[in-house]
Design a protein around this ligand. Structure first.
Ligand code: UPG
Ligand code: MN
Length: 924
């Protein structure tokens, strides 16, 4: 047992080593072996973290006690304020650290897993071909902010992903309803016929053309086929042409529409004239024709686009248009279709022996009408859940934002391994870390968010699972439908756990009937929220009330549940599916199916159902992702964090200060919303582990820390101005406490850095941005959230703008970084910075010129002031804009102003003990 535990610990700590020695076979580390006690494989802790957290906790406790018992009679208010802040910081640090008690460093080796599950791989192409289907959902909302080329690249990377073609289906949700998106998708579908076979034939990576062709490394490395260079050149040219076509679509659509509209207008005018003539009167026909003209947007086949028009009209405006579904690529046949020589197949490259089938690709734009709440991304995703249930019904769903592409074509398989592994039937989703591209090498605004993705999320992986972060996540369909997991665990007390055994009889040796084994997955309801039991699927008459009126949809649920089961022949699996059960070919799409799919995207389908409340993506928060994941954990599902050696997905992030602050503002607002809702982890069920509850509670609470942070950032300035400090004098006790607290913090940081593999620099960037966000976006979010709770003011979801589309010149790669757009959010950090800078100058001047300089007080204040300024440094840099653009004179001026202010201060309130007028210092 002890040996087992040691081995597990070893495994957990070896991840960063693996990253360094990729090839070393002996260091390869497969999934932890499947054991009966699924929970156990994740428990056990790296001791140093626990020790350090404990030590720091004790130190903090003593420190606070000491602080409370030693008030500062010179400045009581300073003392009260600072102690309040310190207590809060200790509390929020605790909330932050407790979940880190059981971090997991999971690393999965696809080859090992593939062997275990007999998945088809390059080495073993036969394999077991009955992998469950995956429906991929991509969301896009506005082609202005999310360039179609970005979306197109995402789609291409999905279509070329390494997963059985007939099991993959890709859905694009277009919330803008724009013809531009539609036509770009059509272009994408046709370019995919070249791109996907090319990827398969030569095994290129990544399979997103923009990043593949943009790679700086040697593309010939490890390539042995002679025709590669020629074909790559051909495909590259084809891609460039594709890009130009997509980029010119905006103009093409506009011009085409103008032509059609002009024709229409002409015809209408002629008709009116004829009518006027027929009526015998000479009523001025021209003005009439003008008033009647609506500028439609036209598709290339000469019909009017049913979605949003360029110039909005009733029935064709943003938020007011019909629902559209179009299969851009039909479902593939179940047998491989091999290509041939370019001459005979008409293909661009030689595809002899290469499977040229493409996964199904569907364009969906849900119906939108004024007066209905469309619930933003969550609403869009729920529409796709229903559409896909009818059109392909993959038991698993991968969700990607339009700006996140598949960077590792094996990622889907890798993620699915966790779903297929023993215990996988209790996994509701596999979340991959979000990784970003195109961020300035310095990562000035901590866009990579590495502390969150490599420390916090991994830590949560040790506690029932990471949060859902909105993109790069494979869901189990039935978990999205609000069902409970099989064999859920109820957790009691601080660390105890207890299995529910209500329906579980004593294990009998004999064969179980189907009915009996069915019962194993049934659980008694825990609370009102939890009445969806997998067992009642067929029997329930409540289905339409929960899922809406579509009978096809309701009947698809048990199918998805069955297909998502584990393989029967795995040890310990009782009600799995037999091997080969999924090899049955899919039924082809017919008009009736598409008609049914159209009916479930209508804007009133969800009325009086549980969509968005208990089913699917949850509504009512701008961070629908966290809430959606939370609800699943609350039902007892667990999730998995899958960090692959090669990034699974990559996306873009806003790199300029303004956009970044707005993004953080939205997240923090979502958190405040969560805090004031029933999704606050205080009301979690017993199926959630205590520490995970703490983690989720922290998610809702962190913005409130900003209030104290602002106060604490102003305090050093105040103390420098007034010459008073938070303690009466810098005693040795105070300093020793300070030292212990700082050192333990550093050690903890180092430890985290060690096991997560991030660098010190990255960690420091996160610290800095925590202060920047904490003094700007977080307090704004708290205010916004309070406004919503108290006054019911709604919060808008402003899309995060995506860099991309046209590629700028080399020197402008990070041009966006230097773009400064003024935002109200910047006021508090600027104020804090100025205050501290001036205070530093004032304090120094005063001490210098004072008769009995109190250096220790200056040092105390200056230390904290300096600390604040260090954290805000990237912010200051951001405000200054492009490097070198700020004339030196600005610095001279700021310096001058600071000096004058400080001199003034000294003049107005001369330091104690100074003899004004007599000798010493006097104004010139
Ligand atoms: O009405 C809407 C609004 C947004 N989206 C889509 O939602 C996604 C995320 O929006 P974005 O503005 O890019 O937000 P980010 O700040 O980049 O996204 C992070 O934070 C969001 C929650 O605030 C999550 O939904 C995202 O998955 C997560 O990546 C994009 O694909 C949008 O197309 C819609 O489909 N409909
Ligand atoms: Mn995004």
């Amino acid at each position: 047992m002890a040996q087992e535990r040691a081995r597990r610990r070893q495994h957990r700590w070896s991840h960063h080593r693996i990253r360094r020695h990729r090839g070393a076979a002996q260091l390869r580390c497969p999934l932890p072996p499947a054991t009966d006690e699924e929970d156990q494989r994740l428990s056990g802790h790296p001791q140093p973290i626990q020790m350090l957290i404990a030590i720091r906790l004790v130190a903090l406790g003593f420190f606070l006690a000491w602080r409370i018992r030693h008030p500062n009679p010179d400045a009581m208010w300073l003392w009260v304020l600072s102690v309040t802040c310190e207590v809060w910081f200790a509390f929020s640090w605790l909330l932050d650290s407790l979940p880190k008690l059981c971090p997991v460093n999971r690393s999965c080796d696809l080859d090992v897993l593939a062997d275990r599950f007999e998945l088809p791989t390059a080495r073993n192409p036969k394999g077991r071909s009955d992998l469950p289907g995956i429906d991929v959902f991509v969301s896009t909302a506005d082609p202005e902010k999310e360039p179609p080329l970005v979306t197109a690249n995402t789609i291409l990377s999905i279509l070329a992903a390494d997963y059985p073609v007939e099991k993959l289906a890709c859905y694009l949700s277009d919330d803008g309803g724009a013809l531009l998106t539609f036509e770009a998708l059509a272009e994408t579908a046709s370019f995919a016929r070249t791109w996907v076979p090319f990827c398969r034939k030569h095994g290129v990576e990544p399979r997103c053309p923009e990043s593949y062709f943009g790679q700086k490394r040697d593309f010939l490395k490890n390539k042995v086929r002679l025709d590669f260079v020629r074909e790559r050149r051909k495909v590259k040219r084809e891609y460039d042409e594709f890009k130009v076509r997509v980029n010119s679509l905006t103009e093409a659509i506009r011009r085409r529409s103008d032509a059609y509209n002009a024709g229409e207008e002409l015809r209408a005018r002629r008709r009116l004239q004829e009518e006027a003539v027929a009526a015998g009167g000479a009523l001025g026909a021209a003005p009439l024709a003008e008033t009647g003209a609506v500028k439609a947007t036209w598709m290339s086949d000469g019909s009017q686009w049913p979605g949003t028009w360029l110039t909005g009209a009733t029935d064709h405006a943003r938020g007011d248009h019909a629902g559209i579904i179009q299969a851009m690529l039909a479902p593939p046949t179940s047998e491989p279709v091999l290509g041939g020589e370019p001459a005979e197949s008409g293909a661009l490259i030689d595809t002899t022996g290469v499977d040229i089938r493409l996964p199904m690709l569907v364009y969906v734009s849900r119906e939108k009408r004024p007066g209905y709440d469309h619930n933003k991304k969550a609403g869009a995703m729920n529409t796709l859940v229903r559409t896909s249930a009818i059109m392909s019904n993959g038991p698993f769903i991968l969700n990607l934002d339009c700006d996140h592409y598949v960077h590792n074509s094996a990622a889907l398989r890798e993620g699915m391994c966790y779903m297929l592994d023993r215990g996988g039937d209790r996994v509701c989703y596999v979340q991959f870390p979000q990784r970003f591209e195109g961020i300035d090498p310095n990562d000035r605004y901590a866009n990579h968010n590495l502390v969150f993705f490599d420390v916090a999320m991994r830590a949560m992986d040790g506690l029932q699972g990471p949060m859902y972060v909105g993109t790069g996540c494979i869901f189990r369909r039935t978990a999205l439908y609000g069902f409970s997991p099989p064999r859920a665990t109820e957790h009691h007390g601080w660390l105890g756990r207890k299995k529910i055994k209500l329906f579980l009889r004593k294990p009998t040796m004999g064969k179980k009937t189907d009915r009996e084994s069915e019962h194993e997955s049934m659980l008694p309801p825990i609370e009102d929220d939890d009445h969806n039991q997998l067992g009642d699927i067929e029997s329930s008459a409540l289905m339409p009330k929960r899922f809406g009126s579509s009978a096809t949809f309701v009947s698809s649920i048990p199918v998805a549940e069955y297909q998502g089961r584990l393989l029967q022949d795995m040890p310990g699996v009782h009600q799995g599916r037999p091997a080969g059960a999924l090899a049955v070919p899919r039924e082809p799409l017919d008009a009736a199916t598409v008609g049914e799919a159209i009916s479930v995207i209508s804007c009133f389908y969800e009325e009086k159902t549980e969509w968005g409340r208990r089913i699917g993506w949850i509504y009512g928060s701008v961070t629908e992702d966290v809430v959606t994941g939370y609800r699943m954990h609350n039902r007892g599902w667990r999730s998995v964090y899958c960090v692959t050696r090669r990034d699974a997905f990559r996306g873009t992030a806003p790199i300029n200060l303004t956009d970044r602050l707005h993004q953080v503002l939205r997240w923090a607002t979502g958190s405040v919303e969560i805090f004031f809702s029933r999704n606050n982890a205080l009301f979690a069920t017993r199926r959630m582990k205590l520490l995970q509850r703490v983690a989720y509670f922290n998610v809702g609470m962190y913005p409130f820390t900003s209030m104290f942070l602002i106060v604490y950032c102003v305090l050093p300035a105040v103390s420098l101005f007034t010459g008073k400090f938070i303690v009466q004098h810098l005693s040795a006790t105070f300093l020793v406490f300070l030292l212990i607290i700082t050192i333990t913090l550093c050690l903890l940081a180092l430890l985290e850095i060690k096991w997560s593999g991030i660098t010190l620099h990255e960690w420091w960037r996160n610290e800095q941005f925590w202060v920047i966000g904490g003094t700007s976006a977080h307090p704004a979010a708290v205010l916004q959230g309070l406004l919503k709770v108290i006054a019911g003011v709604d919060i808008s979801f402003t899309l995060t703008s995506k860099p991309g589309g046209a590629d700028d010149g080399e020197e402008d790669t990070f041009a966006e970084l230097y773009e400064v757009r003024w935002s109200f959010l910047m006021v508090p950090p600027v104020t804090i910075m100025m205050l501290n800078a001036v205070a530093l100058a004032v304090g120094t001047a005063r001490t210098l010129y004072s008769e009995f300089p109190q250096w220790s007080k200056l040092l105390g204040g200056a230390f904290f002031s300096f600390w604040v300024l260090c954290h805000l440094y990237p912010f200051a840099k951001g405000l200054l804009g492009r490097r070198g653009r700020v004339p030196t004179i600005v610095f001279v001026w700021s310096g001058l102003i600071c000096m004058i202010v400080s001199l003034l201060w000294v003049y107005i309130s001369p330091p104690a003990g100074a003899r004004p007028g007599i000798g010493g210092f006097s104004f010139p």
